[in-house]
Design a protein around this ligand. Structure first.
Ligand code: ATP
Ligand code: MG
Length: 230
């Protein structure tokens, strides 16, 4: 039952192309154990986001397999599997509604109490209180009224409220000012604790904390190891 998902993720000879004849991943093998942090680095266009989108099952692989807790990802009920995962992508989506509603999107059953707990845990409570009407601040569609860094913090809270077994973070550090960057940095630590995490990493500190570091190059793993090894 996905409720008990441990978060063991295995790629076996994974091939993937968005369009026939234009391979993006060329036989990727990988084993991430429950609770480990897997950092993925590589040039733009090397297939980093594609890899995590496959874990999220936005797409199915064309050859090879991805197994979660030993079970082929295609055998799970997609809805249930997704309810045990959370992703913060490069361009986090904000919906029209309040800050609180935007966080609750991660789990419709989360009450105000839980939402405040999660925000405290992330260390961004004060930042949200600083919005004009705090948790009740209305955010326009696409979050036009707040910065990308603030959008990302809300997306982190939305991810954590779900208490996912598998966490996916597609970092977009280049948009953040140094103050927000530091805030995000701190927020990342409690977010990853006790979960299997995939982090597309630009920040050195994330890479330092990783159990596995993948270097993707033209759809292949150029290197795989720990910070010490690479
Ligand atoms: P970046 O660092 O810029 O985020 P990335 O490593 O995440 O890059 P991907 O987004 O995985 O790279 O893209 C890998 C390749 O797949 C690129 O050539 C890209 O153009 C292509 N690609 C990505 N998404 C799609 C899509 N939805 N449809 C078709 N091609 C795509
Ligand atoms: Mg990407």
């Amino acid at each position: 039952k996905p409720d008990d998902l441990k978060g063991d993720v295995r790629f076996e000879n994974v091939h993937f192309a968005y369009k026939e004849g234009e391979p993006v991943l060329n036989g990727v093998d990988l084993h991430v154990k429950p609770g480990q942090i897997c950092a993925i680095v590589g040039h733009t266009g090397s297939g980093k986001s594609t890899m995590v989108n496959l874990v999220n099952r936005f797409y199915d692989v064309q050859e090879g397999s991805i197994r979660i807790d030993g079970v082929d990802i295609r055998s799970y009920d997609q809805q249930e599997l997704r309810s045990r995962m959370a992703a913060v992508m490069q361009d986090p989506q904000i919906f029209s509604g309040t800050v609180e509603e935007n966080i609750r999107f991660g789990d419709p059953d989360a009450d105000s109490h839980l939402i405040r707990d999660v925000v405290q845990q992330l260390g961004i409570h004060r930042l949200i209180e600083a919005f004009p009407r705090g948790y009740d601040t209305e955010l326009g569609q696409n979050g036009g009224s707040i910065s990308l860094g603030q959008r990302q913090l809300i997306a982190f809270a939305r991810a954590l409220v779900r208490n996912p077994s598998i966490l996916i973070l597609d970092e977009a550090s280049s948009y953040l000012d140094s103050e927000t960057e530091q805030m995000v940095q701190k927020a990342l630590v409690p977010l990853m604790e006790g979960r299997t995490s995939f982090v597309i990493a630009h920040r050195l500190s994330t890479i330092r904390n990783a159990d596995i570091i993948l270097v993707l190059n033209q759809g292949e793993l150029a290197e795989q190891g720990t910070h010490v090894e690479l």
